[in-house]
Design a protein around this ligand. Structure first.
Ligand SMILES: Cc1ncc(COP(=O)(O)O)c(C=O)c1O
Length: 477
Protein backbone atom coordinates (compact mmCIF):
# COMPACT_ATOMS: atom_id res chain seq x y z
CA UNK A 1 0.00 0.00 0.00
CA UNK A 2 2.53 2.55 -1.19
CA UNK A 3 0.20 4.99 -2.88
CA UNK A 4 -1.41 7.88 -1.01
CA UNK A 5 -4.63 7.30 -2.98
CA UNK A 6 -4.97 3.69 -1.80
CA UNK A 7 -4.16 4.87 1.71
CA UNK A 8 -6.92 7.50 1.45
CA UNK A 9 -9.53 4.89 0.47
CA UNK A 10 -8.49 2.44 3.17
CA UNK A 11 -8.29 5.14 5.81
CA UNK A 12 -11.82 6.35 5.01
CA UNK A 13 -13.13 2.81 5.41
CA UNK A 14 -11.33 2.49 8.71
CA UNK A 15 -12.69 5.76 10.05
CA UNK A 16 -16.18 4.52 9.21
CA UNK A 17 -15.41 1.29 11.00
CA UNK A 18 -14.18 3.15 14.09
CA UNK A 19 -17.26 5.40 14.21
CA UNK A 20 -19.51 2.32 13.94
CA UNK A 21 -17.43 0.49 16.55
CA UNK A 22 -18.10 3.23 19.06
CA UNK A 23 -21.81 3.30 18.15
CA UNK A 24 -22.13 -0.44 18.60
CA UNK A 25 -19.54 -1.12 21.26
CA UNK A 26 -22.13 -2.38 23.71
CA UNK A 27 -22.84 -5.37 21.45
CA UNK A 28 -19.43 -6.86 22.18
CA UNK A 29 -18.71 -8.94 25.29
CA UNK A 30 -16.92 -6.43 27.52
CA UNK A 31 -14.25 -8.88 28.63
CA UNK A 32 -12.83 -11.09 25.88
CA UNK A 33 -14.35 -14.53 26.32
CA UNK A 34 -11.81 -16.38 24.19
CA UNK A 35 -9.71 -19.28 25.47
CA UNK A 36 -5.94 -18.96 26.02
CA UNK A 37 -4.06 -19.73 22.79
CA UNK A 38 -7.10 -19.21 20.56
CA UNK A 39 -5.68 -16.11 18.83
CA UNK A 40 -2.12 -17.42 18.57
CA UNK A 41 -3.45 -20.64 17.03
CA UNK A 42 -4.98 -18.70 14.15
CA UNK A 43 -1.84 -16.79 13.18
CA UNK A 44 0.24 -18.54 10.48
CA UNK A 45 3.62 -19.87 11.66
CA UNK A 46 5.52 -17.80 9.11
CA UNK A 47 5.02 -14.28 7.73
CA UNK A 48 3.81 -13.83 4.13
CA UNK A 49 6.47 -13.40 1.47
CA UNK A 50 4.22 -11.44 -0.89
CA UNK A 51 2.01 -8.44 -0.09
CA UNK A 52 -1.48 -9.19 1.12
CA UNK A 53 -4.59 -7.15 0.33
CA UNK A 54 -5.71 -4.74 3.05
CA UNK A 55 -9.24 -6.15 2.79
CA UNK A 56 -7.90 -9.61 3.77
CA UNK A 57 -5.79 -8.25 6.60
CA UNK A 58 -8.76 -6.26 7.86
CA UNK A 59 -11.14 -9.16 7.62
CA UNK A 60 -8.71 -11.21 9.74
CA UNK A 61 -8.61 -8.33 12.21
CA UNK A 62 -12.37 -8.66 12.60
CA UNK A 63 -12.38 -12.48 12.59
CA UNK A 64 -9.29 -13.28 14.70
CA UNK A 65 -8.32 -10.21 16.69
CA UNK A 66 -11.61 -8.62 17.71
CA UNK A 67 -12.88 -11.68 19.65
CA UNK A 68 -9.66 -11.47 21.66
CA UNK A 69 -10.15 -7.82 22.59
CA UNK A 70 -11.44 -6.64 25.95
CA UNK A 71 -13.42 -3.52 25.21
CA UNK A 72 -11.92 -0.93 27.53
CA UNK A 73 -13.95 1.82 25.89
CA UNK A 74 -17.27 0.10 26.55
CA UNK A 75 -19.44 2.03 29.03
CA UNK A 76 -19.97 -1.31 30.78
CA UNK A 77 -16.25 -1.66 31.46
CA UNK A 78 -16.11 -1.16 35.21
CA UNK A 79 -12.94 -3.12 35.93
CA UNK A 80 -9.67 -1.40 36.86
CA UNK A 81 -9.03 2.28 36.62
CA UNK A 82 -9.92 3.31 33.09
CA UNK A 83 -7.53 3.77 30.20
CA UNK A 84 -10.04 6.09 28.69
CA UNK A 85 -10.11 7.55 25.25
CA UNK A 86 -12.10 10.21 23.43
CA UNK A 87 -12.66 11.26 19.84
CA UNK A 88 -10.35 14.32 19.93
CA UNK A 89 -7.64 12.14 21.43
CA UNK A 90 -8.07 9.48 18.72
CA UNK A 91 -7.83 12.15 16.02
CA UNK A 92 -4.62 13.50 17.52
CA UNK A 93 -3.23 9.95 17.64
CA UNK A 94 -3.99 9.67 13.88
CA UNK A 95 -1.99 12.80 13.26
CA UNK A 96 0.82 11.80 15.54
CA UNK A 97 1.11 8.44 13.70
CA UNK A 98 0.99 10.23 10.38
CA UNK A 99 3.76 12.63 11.35
CA UNK A 100 5.73 9.71 12.74
CA UNK A 101 7.98 12.19 14.51
CA UNK A 102 10.44 10.93 17.08
CA UNK A 103 10.62 13.81 19.50
CA UNK A 104 13.72 13.07 21.54
CA UNK A 105 15.24 16.56 21.31
CA UNK A 106 13.97 20.07 20.64
CA UNK A 107 15.59 20.01 17.20
CA UNK A 108 14.01 16.70 16.17
CA UNK A 109 10.58 18.41 16.38
CA UNK A 110 10.53 21.80 18.07
CA UNK A 111 6.72 21.89 18.06
CA UNK A 112 6.51 18.64 20.07
CA UNK A 113 8.82 19.99 22.76
CA UNK A 114 7.21 23.40 22.96
CA UNK A 115 3.66 22.06 22.92
CA UNK A 116 4.65 19.69 25.73
CA UNK A 117 5.95 22.67 27.73
CA UNK A 118 2.72 24.56 27.09
CA UNK A 119 0.25 21.77 27.88
CA UNK A 120 2.10 20.86 31.06
CA UNK A 121 1.67 24.46 32.17
CA UNK A 122 -2.02 24.20 31.28
CA UNK A 123 -2.33 20.99 33.30
CA UNK A 124 -0.51 22.56 36.22
CA UNK A 125 -2.93 25.50 36.20
CA UNK A 126 -5.95 23.23 35.76
CA UNK A 127 -5.00 21.12 38.78
CA UNK A 128 -3.65 23.74 41.19
CA UNK A 129 -0.14 22.25 41.26
CA UNK A 130 2.12 25.11 42.42
CA UNK A 131 3.87 27.18 39.77
CA UNK A 132 7.37 26.21 40.89
CA UNK A 133 6.72 22.69 39.52
CA UNK A 134 7.72 21.84 35.96
CA UNK A 135 6.12 19.03 33.99
CA UNK A 136 7.15 16.41 31.47
CA UNK A 137 5.11 13.66 29.83
CA UNK A 138 6.22 10.11 30.59
CA UNK A 139 4.68 6.92 29.27
CA UNK A 140 3.21 5.62 32.53
CA UNK A 141 2.97 6.31 36.25
CA UNK A 142 5.29 3.34 36.79
CA UNK A 143 7.99 5.11 34.79
CA UNK A 144 7.33 8.43 36.53
CA UNK A 145 7.65 6.78 39.94
CA UNK A 146 10.86 5.09 38.82
CA UNK A 147 12.20 8.51 37.73
CA UNK A 148 11.28 9.88 41.17
CA UNK A 149 13.01 7.07 43.06
CA UNK A 150 16.12 7.28 40.87
CA UNK A 151 16.21 11.07 41.35
CA UNK A 152 15.79 10.63 45.11
CA UNK A 153 18.62 8.09 45.15
CA UNK A 154 20.92 10.40 43.19
CA UNK A 155 19.95 13.44 45.22
CA UNK A 156 20.72 11.56 48.46
CA UNK A 157 24.08 10.26 47.22
CA UNK A 158 25.19 13.55 45.65
CA UNK A 159 25.01 11.79 42.25
CA UNK A 160 27.73 9.34 43.35
CA UNK A 161 25.71 6.21 42.55
CA UNK A 162 25.34 7.30 38.94
CA UNK A 163 29.12 7.68 38.88
CA UNK A 164 30.44 4.85 41.03
CA UNK A 165 27.60 2.44 41.64
CA UNK A 166 26.48 1.45 45.13
CA UNK A 167 29.97 1.13 46.66
CA UNK A 168 30.40 2.52 50.17
CA UNK A 169 26.81 3.79 50.29
CA UNK A 170 24.69 3.38 53.41
CA UNK A 171 21.70 1.07 52.80
CA UNK A 172 18.87 3.23 51.50
CA UNK A 173 15.23 3.02 52.56
CA UNK A 174 12.02 3.94 50.75
CA UNK A 175 8.59 4.17 52.43
CA UNK A 176 5.01 3.85 51.23
CA UNK A 177 1.76 2.58 52.70
CA UNK A 178 0.92 -1.11 52.44
CA UNK A 179 -1.86 -0.02 50.07
CA UNK A 180 0.56 1.71 47.63
CA UNK A 181 0.72 0.52 44.03
CA UNK A 182 3.13 -2.29 43.08
CA UNK A 183 4.98 0.13 40.77
CA UNK A 184 6.72 1.51 43.88
CA UNK A 185 8.17 -1.91 44.68
CA UNK A 186 9.17 -2.42 41.06
CA UNK A 187 10.95 0.95 41.01
CA UNK A 188 12.80 0.17 44.25
CA UNK A 189 14.00 -3.12 42.74
CA UNK A 190 15.12 -1.49 39.49
CA UNK A 191 16.87 1.34 41.36
CA UNK A 192 19.08 -1.23 43.10
CA UNK A 193 17.74 -0.27 46.53
CA UNK A 194 16.36 -3.74 47.13
CA UNK A 195 12.75 -4.59 47.85
CA UNK A 196 13.55 -5.47 51.46
CA UNK A 197 14.40 -1.80 51.89
CA UNK A 198 10.92 -0.74 50.88
CA UNK A 199 9.17 -0.24 54.19
CA UNK A 200 5.41 -0.60 54.01
CA UNK A 201 3.68 1.62 56.53
CA UNK A 202 0.40 0.62 58.16
CA UNK A 203 -2.88 2.33 57.34
CA UNK A 204 -5.88 3.61 59.27
CA UNK A 205 -9.55 2.59 59.05
CA UNK A 206 -9.86 4.43 55.72
CA UNK A 207 -6.73 2.79 54.23
CA UNK A 208 -4.67 6.00 54.55
CA UNK A 209 -1.01 5.89 55.52
CA UNK A 210 -0.54 6.57 59.25
CA UNK A 211 1.96 9.43 59.55
CA UNK A 212 2.92 8.52 63.12
CA UNK A 213 4.02 5.06 61.94
CA UNK A 214 5.93 6.65 59.06
CA UNK A 215 7.86 8.93 61.38
CA UNK A 216 8.59 6.08 63.75
CA UNK A 217 9.93 3.93 60.89
CA UNK A 218 12.16 6.72 59.58
CA UNK A 219 13.55 7.56 63.03
CA UNK A 220 14.20 3.88 63.83
CA UNK A 221 15.95 3.39 60.49
CA UNK A 222 18.18 6.42 61.02
CA UNK A 223 19.27 5.16 64.43
CA UNK A 224 20.03 1.77 62.88
CA UNK A 225 22.31 3.41 60.27
CA UNK A 226 19.99 3.29 57.26
CA UNK A 227 19.55 6.22 54.88
CA UNK A 228 15.88 7.15 54.29
CA UNK A 229 15.73 8.55 50.75
CA UNK A 230 12.13 8.64 49.58
CA UNK A 231 8.53 8.49 50.75
CA UNK A 232 5.77 7.76 48.24
CA UNK A 233 2.38 9.13 49.29
CA UNK A 234 -0.73 8.10 47.38
CA UNK A 235 -3.62 10.34 46.45
CA UNK A 236 -6.07 7.62 45.45
CA UNK A 237 -4.70 4.13 46.10
CA UNK A 238 -5.46 1.43 43.57
CA UNK A 239 -7.35 -0.83 45.97
CA UNK A 240 -9.76 1.70 47.42
CA UNK A 241 -8.73 5.27 46.31
CA UNK A 242 -7.55 6.08 49.83
CA UNK A 243 -6.04 9.54 50.17
CA UNK A 244 -2.85 9.65 52.24
CA UNK A 245 -2.57 12.75 54.50
CA UNK A 246 -0.14 14.70 52.35
CA UNK A 247 0.47 17.63 54.64
CA UNK A 248 1.49 15.52 57.63
CA UNK A 249 3.65 13.30 55.43
CA UNK A 250 5.25 16.36 53.82
CA UNK A 251 6.17 17.75 57.25
CA UNK A 252 7.87 14.49 58.18
CA UNK A 253 9.75 14.44 54.87
CA UNK A 254 10.93 18.02 55.42
CA UNK A 255 12.03 17.26 58.97
CA UNK A 256 14.15 14.29 57.90
CA UNK A 257 15.08 15.70 54.48
CA UNK A 258 13.56 12.83 52.56
CA UNK A 259 12.31 13.08 48.96
CA UNK A 260 8.51 13.12 48.78
CA UNK A 261 6.92 11.65 45.67
CA UNK A 262 3.14 11.80 45.25
CA UNK A 263 1.42 9.04 43.27
CA UNK A 264 -1.94 10.40 42.13
CA UNK A 265 -2.03 8.17 39.04
CA UNK A 266 -5.79 7.95 38.68
CA UNK A 267 -7.26 10.40 41.19
CA UNK A 268 -4.95 13.27 40.22
CA UNK A 269 -7.38 14.13 37.42
CA UNK A 270 -9.92 15.06 40.11
CA UNK A 271 -7.66 18.00 40.98
CA UNK A 272 -9.28 19.85 38.08
CA UNK A 273 -12.27 20.10 40.42
CA UNK A 274 -11.82 22.86 43.03
CA UNK A 275 -13.70 20.74 45.59
CA UNK A 276 -10.86 18.18 45.51
CA UNK A 277 -7.94 20.58 45.87
CA UNK A 278 -7.78 19.98 49.63
CA UNK A 279 -5.95 16.74 48.79
CA UNK A 280 -2.99 18.80 47.60
CA UNK A 281 -2.38 20.56 50.93
CA UNK A 282 1.31 20.09 51.62
CA UNK A 283 2.29 19.77 47.95
CA UNK A 284 4.60 22.85 48.14
CA UNK A 285 7.00 20.66 50.12
CA UNK A 286 6.80 17.65 47.79
CA UNK A 287 9.53 16.92 45.25
CA UNK A 288 7.51 15.20 42.55
CA UNK A 289 3.99 14.18 41.60
CA UNK A 290 2.50 11.99 38.91
CA UNK A 291 -0.98 11.63 37.49
CA UNK A 292 -2.17 9.98 34.32
CA UNK A 293 -4.38 11.87 31.87
CA UNK A 294 -4.54 8.43 30.20
CA UNK A 295 -6.53 7.16 33.13
CA UNK A 296 -9.24 9.73 33.82
CA UNK A 297 -8.73 12.68 31.51
CA UNK A 298 -9.93 11.19 28.22
CA UNK A 299 -6.48 11.04 26.65
CA UNK A 300 -5.48 7.77 25.04
CA UNK A 301 -2.93 5.55 26.71
CA UNK A 302 -0.09 6.45 27.10
CA UNK A 303 0.17 9.88 28.70
CA UNK A 304 1.51 10.30 32.22
CA UNK A 305 2.05 13.80 33.61
CA UNK A 306 5.13 13.95 35.82
CA UNK A 307 5.79 17.16 37.76
CA UNK A 308 9.01 17.98 39.59
CA UNK A 309 9.99 20.79 41.92
CA UNK A 310 13.56 20.84 40.70
CA UNK A 311 14.07 19.88 37.07
CA UNK A 312 17.84 20.14 37.48
CA UNK A 313 17.95 17.10 39.74
CA UNK A 314 15.86 15.16 37.22
CA UNK A 315 18.10 16.19 34.35
CA UNK A 316 21.30 15.50 36.29
CA UNK A 317 19.99 12.02 37.01
CA UNK A 318 19.35 11.16 33.38
CA UNK A 319 21.28 13.48 31.08
CA UNK A 320 23.70 11.95 28.57
CA UNK A 321 24.74 13.67 25.37
CA UNK A 322 26.90 11.46 23.15
CA UNK A 323 28.49 13.07 20.12
CA UNK A 324 25.81 11.85 17.73
CA UNK A 325 23.10 13.62 19.75
CA UNK A 326 24.80 17.00 19.96
CA UNK A 327 22.98 19.81 18.16
CA UNK A 328 23.87 23.41 17.48
CA UNK A 329 20.84 24.65 19.33
CA UNK A 330 21.50 26.91 22.31
CA UNK A 331 21.34 25.37 25.78
CA UNK A 332 18.09 26.98 26.89
CA UNK A 333 15.75 24.68 24.95
CA UNK A 334 14.36 21.54 26.59
CA UNK A 335 15.58 18.21 25.29
CA UNK A 336 13.02 16.03 27.00
CA UNK A 337 15.00 12.82 26.43
CA UNK A 338 17.15 14.13 29.30
CA UNK A 339 14.10 14.27 31.59
CA UNK A 340 13.59 10.51 31.83
CA UNK A 341 14.56 7.03 30.75
CA UNK A 342 13.65 6.86 27.07
CA UNK A 343 15.73 8.46 24.37
CA UNK A 344 13.06 8.14 21.67
CA UNK A 345 9.78 9.86 22.50
CA UNK A 346 6.33 9.87 20.92
CA UNK A 347 4.50 13.15 20.29
CA UNK A 348 2.14 12.71 23.24
CA UNK A 349 1.43 16.37 23.93
CA UNK A 350 -0.66 16.61 20.77
CA UNK A 351 -3.49 14.42 22.08
CA UNK A 352 -3.58 16.24 25.40
CA UNK A 353 -3.81 19.55 23.56
CA UNK A 354 -6.63 18.26 21.35
CA UNK A 355 -8.52 16.89 24.37
CA UNK A 356 -8.23 20.01 26.52
CA UNK A 357 -9.23 22.26 23.61
CA UNK A 358 -12.04 20.10 22.25
CA UNK A 359 -13.67 19.59 25.67
CA UNK A 360 -12.68 22.85 27.37
CA UNK A 361 -11.97 22.73 31.08
CA UNK A 362 -15.61 23.18 32.06
CA UNK A 363 -16.82 20.11 30.15
CA UNK A 364 -13.93 18.07 31.55
CA UNK A 365 -15.02 19.08 35.04
CA UNK A 366 -18.64 18.22 34.29
CA UNK A 367 -17.69 14.78 33.02
CA UNK A 368 -15.65 13.97 36.11
CA UNK A 369 -18.42 15.21 38.38
CA UNK A 370 -20.87 12.98 36.55
CA UNK A 371 -18.62 9.93 37.04
CA UNK A 372 -18.34 10.77 40.72
CA UNK A 373 -22.13 11.15 40.97
CA UNK A 374 -22.65 7.76 39.28
CA UNK A 375 -20.34 6.15 41.86
CA UNK A 376 -22.22 7.87 44.71
CA UNK A 377 -25.53 6.68 43.27
CA UNK A 378 -24.26 3.09 43.07
CA UNK A 379 -22.99 3.31 46.62
CA UNK A 380 -26.52 4.34 47.72
CA UNK A 381 -28.06 1.32 45.96
CA UNK A 382 -25.53 -1.06 47.49
CA UNK A 383 -26.05 0.35 50.97
CA UNK A 384 -29.81 0.02 50.61
CA UNK A 385 -29.58 -3.72 49.84
CA UNK A 386 -29.65 -5.89 52.99
CA UNK A 387 -27.21 -8.47 51.56
CA UNK A 388 -24.51 -6.14 50.26
CA UNK A 389 -22.03 -3.89 52.03
CA UNK A 390 -19.67 -1.05 51.14
CA UNK A 391 -16.06 -1.87 51.99
CA UNK A 392 -14.29 1.52 51.75
CA UNK A 393 -15.16 5.22 51.54
CA UNK A 394 -16.20 6.28 48.04
CA UNK A 395 -14.18 9.38 47.12
CA UNK A 396 -14.11 9.41 43.34
CA UNK A 397 -15.22 6.88 40.73
CA UNK A 398 -14.53 3.63 42.60
CA UNK A 399 -17.00 1.66 44.68
CA UNK A 400 -15.60 -1.19 46.79
CA UNK A 401 -18.27 -3.60 48.00
CA UNK A 402 -19.14 -7.23 48.59
CA UNK A 403 -22.06 -9.57 48.72
CA UNK A 404 -22.65 -10.42 52.36
CA UNK A 405 -25.64 -12.72 52.86
CA UNK A 406 -26.29 -13.97 56.40
CA UNK A 407 -25.07 -17.33 57.62
CA UNK A 408 -21.64 -17.59 56.00
CA UNK A 409 -18.21 -17.28 57.58
CA UNK A 410 -15.45 -15.07 56.16
CA UNK A 411 -13.83 -17.85 54.12
CA UNK A 412 -17.18 -18.77 52.56
CA UNK A 413 -17.95 -15.12 51.83
CA UNK A 414 -14.62 -14.77 50.05
CA UNK A 415 -15.47 -17.78 47.89
CA UNK A 416 -18.99 -16.57 47.16
CA UNK A 417 -17.69 -13.18 46.02
CA UNK A 418 -14.96 -14.76 43.92
CA UNK A 419 -17.60 -16.89 42.22
CA UNK A 420 -19.87 -13.88 41.79
CA UNK A 421 -17.08 -11.98 40.02
CA UNK A 422 -16.42 -14.90 37.68
CA UNK A 423 -20.10 -15.36 36.85
CA UNK A 424 -20.61 -11.65 36.22
CA UNK A 425 -17.60 -11.29 33.95
CA UNK A 426 -18.50 -14.44 32.03
CA UNK A 427 -21.84 -12.92 31.04
CA UNK A 428 -19.91 -10.52 28.80
CA UNK A 429 -22.38 -7.82 29.88
CA UNK A 430 -20.12 -6.09 32.37
CA UNK A 431 -16.52 -6.35 33.50
CA UNK A 432 -15.61 -5.67 37.11
CA UNK A 433 -12.48 -6.44 39.14
CA UNK A 434 -11.51 -7.21 42.72
CA UNK A 435 -8.95 -6.58 45.42
CA UNK A 436 -8.43 -7.64 49.00
CA UNK A 437 -9.02 -5.06 51.73
CA UNK A 438 -7.89 -6.18 55.18
CA UNK A 439 -7.70 -9.69 53.70
CA UNK A 440 -11.35 -9.60 52.60
CA UNK A 441 -12.20 -10.39 48.99
CA UNK A 442 -13.71 -7.13 47.72
CA UNK A 443 -15.39 -6.31 44.43
CA UNK A 444 -14.41 -3.09 42.65
CA UNK A 445 -16.58 -1.19 40.24
CA UNK A 446 -15.08 1.88 38.54
CA UNK A 447 -17.37 4.45 36.93
CA UNK A 448 -14.69 6.39 35.08
CA UNK A 449 -15.20 5.20 31.52
CA UNK A 450 -15.57 8.09 29.07
CA UNK A 451 -19.09 7.20 27.92
CA UNK A 452 -20.54 5.70 31.10
CA UNK A 453 -23.92 7.01 32.21
CA UNK A 454 -26.32 6.35 35.08
CA UNK A 455 -28.30 3.78 33.11
CA UNK A 456 -25.17 1.68 32.49
CA UNK A 457 -24.43 1.60 36.20
CA UNK A 458 -28.07 0.80 37.01
CA UNK A 459 -28.06 -2.12 34.57
CA UNK A 460 -24.79 -3.33 36.06
CA UNK A 461 -26.20 -3.14 39.58
CA UNK A 462 -29.36 -5.08 38.61
CA UNK A 463 -27.19 -7.77 37.05
CA UNK A 464 -24.95 -7.93 40.14
CA UNK A 465 -27.88 -8.23 42.55
CA UNK A 466 -29.59 -10.89 40.37
CA UNK A 467 -26.44 -12.93 39.83
CA UNK A 468 -25.61 -12.78 43.54
CA UNK A 469 -29.05 -14.14 44.39
CA UNK A 470 -28.54 -17.03 41.95
CA UNK A 471 -25.03 -17.76 43.27
CA UNK A 472 -26.40 -17.97 46.81
CA UNK A 473 -29.27 -20.27 45.82
CA UNK A 474 -26.86 -22.58 43.99
CA UNK A 475 -24.50 -22.52 46.98
CA UNK A 476 -27.33 -23.50 49.36
CA UNK A 477 -28.68 -26.38 47.20
C1 LIG B 1 -2.11 4.51 42.30
C2 LIG B 1 -1.49 3.92 41.06
N1 LIG B 1 -0.19 4.14 40.80
C3 LIG B 1 0.40 3.65 39.69
C4 LIG B 1 -0.29 2.92 38.76
C5 LIG B 1 0.40 2.40 37.55
O1 LIG B 1 -0.01 3.11 36.43
P1 LIG B 1 0.68 2.91 35.01
O2 LIG B 1 -0.05 1.79 34.34
O3 LIG B 1 0.52 4.22 34.31
O4 LIG B 1 2.11 2.57 35.24
C6 LIG B 1 -1.66 2.66 38.98
C7 LIG B 1 -2.44 1.86 38.04
O5 LIG B 1 -3.61 1.66 38.15
C8 LIG B 1 -2.26 3.18 40.16
O6 LIG B 1 -3.54 2.96 40.42
Amino acid sequence: MESAEVFRQEAHKMVDWIADYYKEIEKFPVKALCKPGSVFGQIPDSPPESPEEMKDIFSDFERIILPGITHWQSPSFFAYFPANSSFPSILAEFLSSALGAQCMKWETSPAATELEEAVMIWLRKMTGIPSHFEGVIQDTASTSTLCAILSAREHASGFRINAKGMEKQPVMRVYCSSEAHSSVEKAVKIAGIGKENLIKIGYDEEFRMRPNLLEKAIATDISAGYRPVCVVAALGTTGSTAIDPLQQIAEICSKYQVWLHVDAAMAGSALILPEYRWMLKGIEQADSLVFNPHKWLFTNFDCSAYFVRDSETLINTFKLVPEYLKTQIPEHVNDYSNWGIQLGRRFRALKLWFVIRAFGTRALQEKLRKHIAIAADLKGKIEAHPDFEIMAPVHFNLVCFRFHPQGFDEAELNKINEELLLNLNNTGKIYISHTKLNGIYTLRIVTGQTHVDFHHAHKAWDLIADTAEKCMKNGRK
